[in-house]
Ligand binder design. Structure first.
Ligand code: DC
Length: 223
């Protein structure tokens, strides 16, 4: 079993850039599993919302002690063994997870789980700090970017007008960008050895094939 990062692909980038879709497709192409770490922050946020524990509460540490976050073999996110993959997609959970992700103790808790899941390799790990912090030795690191106006446009067409205007979506994405890039704990930024892909004028297929071209030798590595 390799643990040197040769068989780990990391994909980082801001909200709404299409990381999850791209990561899933790349993982499928390589026969790897996909580690969607945003879903893990969302799962912890759901737990805190359900328990009515806020970010500044002293009860948060206790809550984390009683929390497990994992994935089913089909890639569903499991909170204490319960499939919450649909429940974590609400706007309320999104916004709360963005605040929780600023907290060192939440990050420490989840990074430990992420490294345990990734220790056997053969994964495509997607998030904000995969290449910089969680898997710094990954051989293939990518950072997807796109203008906030384009990310807002894509999300608006994906979610529909009932979730607000394009401008509302853009404002919300900008707010998340600020939280992600300005936090002191593992802020969003490209790893020095990451390949940066500006996807503003690219479609999903083009992004996936750009990544696949770069990792094509991975299948020759053997495991
Ligand atoms: O990618 P997403 O929107 O599902 O992520 C939800 C929140 O979790 C988002 O506000 C950023 C945060 N996050 C993070 O801080 N670090 C990660 N590795 C993944 C997500």
């Amino acid at each position: 079993m390799k643990q040197n990062g040769d068989n780990i692909v990391t994909i980082d980038g801001p909200s709404g850039v299409g990381k999850s879709t791209v990561a899933r497709r790349v993982a499928e192409g390589l026969g790897f599993s996909c580690l969607e770490t945003g879903a893990m922050y969302r799962a912890v946020a759901l737990k805190a919302i359900e328990a009515e524990v806020d970010c500044d509460s002293a009860l948060l540490s206790e809550l984390l002690l009683e929390t497990t976050v994992d994935f089913s073999p089909e890639g569903k996110v499991l909170l204490d063994g319960r499939d919450v993959s649909v429940l974590v997609r609400t706007e309320r959970v999104s916004s709360f997870s963005s605040r929780l992700a600023e907290l060192a103790e939440v990050r420490k808790f989840l990074v430990k789980v992420q490294r345990r899941i990734g220790e056997g390799g053969n994964i495509v790990a997607e998030g904000r700090d995969m290449g910089t912090n969680v898997f710094p030795r990954a051989k293939y690191k990518f950072y997807l970017d796109a203008a906030v106006t384009e990310r807002a446009r894509r999300r608006f067409f994906q979610n529909g007008p009932e979730h607000g205007s394009v401008l509302d979506v853009e404002n919300e994405l900008s707010r998340r960008d600020r939280r992600d890039t300005l936090r002191s704990e593992n802020p969003l930024r490209p790893a020095p050895d990451a390949v940066i892909i500006d996807t503003t004028r690219m479609n999903i297929e083009e992004v996936v094939s750009t990544i696949m071209l770069r990792v094509k030798d991975i299948s020759l590595l053997g495991n």
